[in-house]
Each structure stands twice: as structure tokens, then as C-alpha cells.
Design a protein around this ligand. Structure first.
Ligand code: XMP
Length: 514
């Protein structure tokens, strides 16, 4: 493992991803972790991330000098670079000369470990106030900028390296190459973190955890639960039962995708619970978005627990494991706790016996989303599942503004299917993060179709581009694709006489309308 020590900026996760793109496994650890604990993980290398502080600020996070003396290769970036410089006797000045954004970097020793094969002048991303003016003894200065005399230093003998800039961001044109040089040349690490190896490792870990017991997995139709289910299936085969709750709020063809394609690709035992009537009944007359979400969440748990209970009754009480598609970013954001939590089902409304405790199996806990997709493909899942865009748990339930009825759902399903078909046909699936199609069910719009006036409903298209759904911008889509979608929806979907485009970024607008 390569440890990325997080000094409190948002860069640490990105660095970890870049290390993994170099096919080397990496984990983020907080800078408050004692050095002895870091070393106990037997890291092959340690990377110190950037951070928002000045090394001279009161209470600025620091690191024990022992880290640099343990014989483990270390790479400091930005704040991490300055910490390394000050800890080892170099000079960092609080000059007040700031450097932000894209900056030309002059590489003075092109044959260096970090910079070999990269241009003598390259563009890098800077973000700092303090500047290093003298490298610690034994280090060679290998790059500088107009403002910073020491923008990179290297000590091959001690395997210590640092750069003032952020090699992990795209704007640093040779950043990935420099990072790989550190990993492969500096630290001598073999790149072998590949989807095939991840599958192999996880299969062994799942077998060791589950033994001869049984496990249950709830499939949602989304990428994470599908890949988690497929991995566990590969590990323990018929000891796994997957449960798919059809709440009737899925898009056209999605339930069939799980029932047919997923089962065909994995050979998993699947129980499909058709609960659409039950959900529609519970949602009747409700138009408040939060109320809808609560009802859908509550009913889902009830139906899922009922299915669990049936499986327990049929297969005996040794069903002890529950599979979840938790991803690495969730683990890091919730404090990075390790090991497997023993959870008790608190939403025990369906009547599970009190003494049943499920242990979690979370085979994606170490993975980023893009790795999950690669693992899914490695496991033979079809692209339609592996490359799926995000879709909210409450499904179309929160894309009908107004009360949810069967008729409205069918209408929205048709409009949504047309939009998806045309977006795929136009090759826009990768450019668009997701494109909610929304029915304004409580709005009546006037139209003219044939010879008469109609009172129909508007459909909203909400195509957005985003990296992580936290912020988003509306996608500048080609007009001809928009025109085709609009013509087809108004012609083919009864009761829709208007298609409108949402041109709001997030913030201020959210991605979904409810
Ligand atoms: P918003 O609308 O908040 O959405 O900009 C951000 C992302 O979250 C999805 N989303 C949900 N996912 N349950 C979910 O599982 C929900 O209630 C929910 N609401 C929004 C949304 O599709 C987008 O990807």
C-alpha cells in the first residue's frame, strides 16, 4: 500500500485516485495518525498531500520527523513539500509572494528521478503563500519558477522527493508522469493494482469472511449494488441470494435488465418482489417531495425485510451476511473506520426476530467509482449496467412534480425512454452526467395538435455535466438532438404538448426537480 497523508485539503482523495491510475493501491490516512501506526501498515511509499495552512500558522498540522527516517520513500506535495523542507533543515520563507493557478515550471535537471523524459519547461498548478528558498542538505534542486527558487527537490539516496505544486490536478501537464516516476523509479513499486487482481483479492477476502454461511444482497439496479452482488456471487456462488424490490418507479426496461441481463451474466439466485401496487397505494394523494422520499424509503425497508424473513424461514438462520455497495469515498468521508461493523437492523418494522444480526460484506469499500466500473466489466457485466448513469433511489417518484399515479408513471417512462434513446444515439452518454426527465404533472399547458387546442403537460429535460453531483452545469447539447427529442416526445407521448430545457447550474438549482 501507498499511504496518502491528508493535511486537510480536498486533494488527498484525488492523489489516491491518481496513484491507483498508476495501478498502485493507495489509501488515505489522516495527518493526525501517529507515524508508528502509519509504518505498521508496511507502506511501500508515503505521499504527503497539500493542505490549506501555512507551515508557520498556529496549530498547523505537522508530522513527526521519524517519518523521513524510516527508510520508506516519501513524496511531499505543496504543503507536504514545505513540511518536508522545514523538518529536514531547509528554509521556507513566509514571503507573502503568492502563486496561484497555472504556472510555468523550469526543470533544471531533466535527468532527475522525478522529471526524466519530461520537458524542460512545463505547466504546473500552484496554490501557495510560503516559498522554499533553500533545500535541506543532501537534496538536489530539480525545478524552479519565477517566484520560487526551490520548486522541486530530490534525494535519491534517502528516497525523499518533493514538489511545490500539485501534480495530481489535470492542469499540471506532466503531473501523472512525475507521480509515476516517484512510484516506479523512486520507490521501486511494481504496478499491479489491476481489475483482475482486485477481483482475485476480493474473492479471497469474501470467502474468508463468509465461510459456509449465507448472504443476502439488495439489488437496486444501480452500478454499485450490481458489482457488489456479482463479486460476492463469484466468491460464494449459491450461498448468496439477491433480492430486487420492484417499487414500480423504475424506468422503462430497467427491471428487465436486472431480471435478465444481470442474472445471465452472473448466474445469481434472484428474488424479484413486485411491490408496485403497495408503493402506489402508500403514495396515493402525496405530492410533497420529502414525504414521498420518506414513504418510499419506509416501504422499501418493509418489503426488503419481509423478503429477508422469508429467506431465513426457507434457508435457516445461518443467513448472517448482508452485502452492501459502500464505496471508498463514503468510507473516507465518514472517518475511515476499518473493519466490519456489526449492524443490527434498526428498521425492524417487518418483524425480523430480535436476535438476528447481520454482518456487513462490503467488497467495494476500497474502490472509487471508476474502479467499480472496471471491476464490473472484468466480471462480465454488460455495459448497460456497468456504465449506467446515476439514478436516485426513489426513482421516477421524485421526477413527477405532483401526485404519483400509474398513468403518470407510464407517461413519464415513455418520455424518458425516448430521451435516453436519442442521447445514446447521439453519442452523448459520456458527456452527460445524468439527464433527469421530469413531468410537471400539476401544470396544464395549452397546445394545438391537429385542429384543436389541447391541455397537456410539459416535460422538462435536465441534462447536466458534473464530476460528482455536488456541483453541476447544464450541458450545452446540440440543438438538433434537442429538436429530435422534443418532436418525438410530443408526437409519441399522449398528453404531453410541450418539452422545455432546464438551463440552471447547481447551485442554485439541484439536479433533480424535487
Ligand atoms: P440533487 O438533486 O440533490 O442530486 O442535486 C444530487 C444527486 O443525488 C441524486 N439524488 C438522490 N439519490 N435518493 C438517492 O438515492 C434521493 O432521494 C436522491 N435525490 C437526489 C440525484 O439523482 C443526483 O445524482
Amino acid at each position: 500500500v501507498v499511504l496518502v497523508v491528508d493535511f486537510g485539503a480536498q486533494y488527498a482523495q484525488l492523489i489516491a485516485r491518481r496513484v491507483r491510475e498508476a495501478r498502485v493501491y493507495s489509501e488515505v490516512v489522516p495527518s493526525t495518525m501517529p507515524v508508528a501506526e502509519m509504518l505498521a501498515k508496511n507502506p511501500k511509499a508515503i505521499i504527503l498531500s497539500g493542505g490549506p495552512s501555512s507551515v508557520y500558522a498556529d496549530g498547523a498540522p505537522s508530522v513527526d520527523r521519524a517519518l523521513f527516517e524510516a527508510g520508506v520513500p516519501v513524496f511531499g506535495m505543496c504543503y507536504g513539500f514545505q513540511l518536508m523542507a522545514t523538518s529536514l533543515g531547509g528554509t521556507v520563507d513566509n514571503t507573502g509572494a503568492r502563486e496561484y493557478g497555472r504556472t510555468p515550471l523550469a526543470v533544471s535537471k531533466p535527468g532527475s528521478t522525478l522529471f526524466e523524459g519530461t520537458p524542460a519547461e512545463q505547466s504546473v498548478w500552484m496554490s501557495h503563500g510560503d516559498a522554499c528558498s533553500a533545500a535541506p542538505e543532501g537534496f538536489t534542486v530539480t525545478a524552479s519558477t519565477d517566484v520560487v527558487p526551490v520548486a522541486a527537490f530530490e534525494n535519491d539516496e534517502k528516497k525523499l522527493y518533493g514538489v511545490q505544486y500539485h501534480p495530481e490536478v489535470m492542469h499540471s501537464t506532466h503531473g501523472q508522469q512525475v507521480l509515476e516516476h516517484f512510484l516506479y523509479r523512486g520507490a521501486g513499486i511494481e504496478p499491479n493494482w489491476t481489475p483482475g487482481n482486485i477481483v482475485e483479492e476480493q474473492v479471497a477476502a469474501i470467502r474468508a469472511q463468509v465461510g459456509d454461511k449465507r448472504a443476502i444482497c439488495a439489488l437496486s439496479g444501480g452500478v454499485d449494488s450490481a458489482v457488489a452482488g456479482a463479486l460476492v456471487q463469484k466468491a460464494i456462488g449459491s450461498q448468496l441470494t439477491c433480492v430486487y424490490v420492484d417499487h414500480g418507479l423504475m424506468r422503462k426496461g430497467e427491471t428487465e435488465q436486472v431480471e435478465k441481463d444481470f442474472v445471465a451474466a452472473t448466474g445469481v439466485q434472484l428474488r424479484v418482489v413486485d411491490a408496485s401496487e403497495r408503493f402506489l397505494g402508500a403514495l396515493a394523494g402525496v405530492s410533497d417531495p420529502e414525504e414521498k422520499r420518506k414513504i418510499i424509503g419506509r416501504e422499501f425497508i418493509r418489503v426488503f425485510e419481509q423478503a429477508q424473513l422469508e429467506i431465513l424461514q426457507e434457508e435457516g438462520p445461518e443467513v448472517a451476511f448482508l452485502v452492501q455497495g459502500t464505496l471508498y469515498p463514503d468510507v473516507v468521508e465518514s472517518g475511515g473506520g476499518e473493519g466490519t461493523a456489526n449492524i443490527k437492523s434498526h428498521h425492524n418494522v417487518g418483524g425480523l426476530p430480535d436476535d438476528i444480526e447481520f454482518e456487513l460484506v462490503e467488497p467495494l469499500r476500497q474502490l472509487f467509482k471508476d474502479e467499480v466500473r472496471l471491476v464490473g466489466s472484468e466480471l462480465g457485466l454488460p455495459d448497460e449496467i456497468v456504465q449506467r448513469q446515476p439514478f436516485p433511489g426513489p426513482g421516477l417518484g421524485i421526477r413527477i412534480v405532483g401526485e404519483i399515479t400509474k398513468e403518470r408513471l407510464d407517461l413519464l417512462r415513455e418520455a424518458d425512454a425516448i430521451a435516453r434513446q436519442e442521447l445514446t444515439a447521439a453519442g452523448l452518454d459520456t458527456e452527460i452526467w445524468q439527464c433527469p426527465v421530469v413531468l410537471l404533472a400539476d401544470v396544464r399547458s395549452v397546445g394545438v395538435q391537429g385542429d384543436h387546442r389541447t391541455y397537456g403537460h410539459p416535460i422538462v429535460l435536465r441534462p447536466v455535466s458534473s464530476e460528482d453531483a455536488m456541483t453541476a452545469d447544464w450541458t450545452r447539447m446540440p440543438y438538433d438532438v434537442l429538436a429530435r427529442i422534443s418532436t418525438r416526445i410530443t408526437n409519441e407521448v399522449a398528453d404531453v404538448n410541450r418539452v422545455v430545457l432546464d438551463v440552471t447550474s447547481k447551485p442554485p438549482g439541484t439536479i433533480e426537480w424535487e
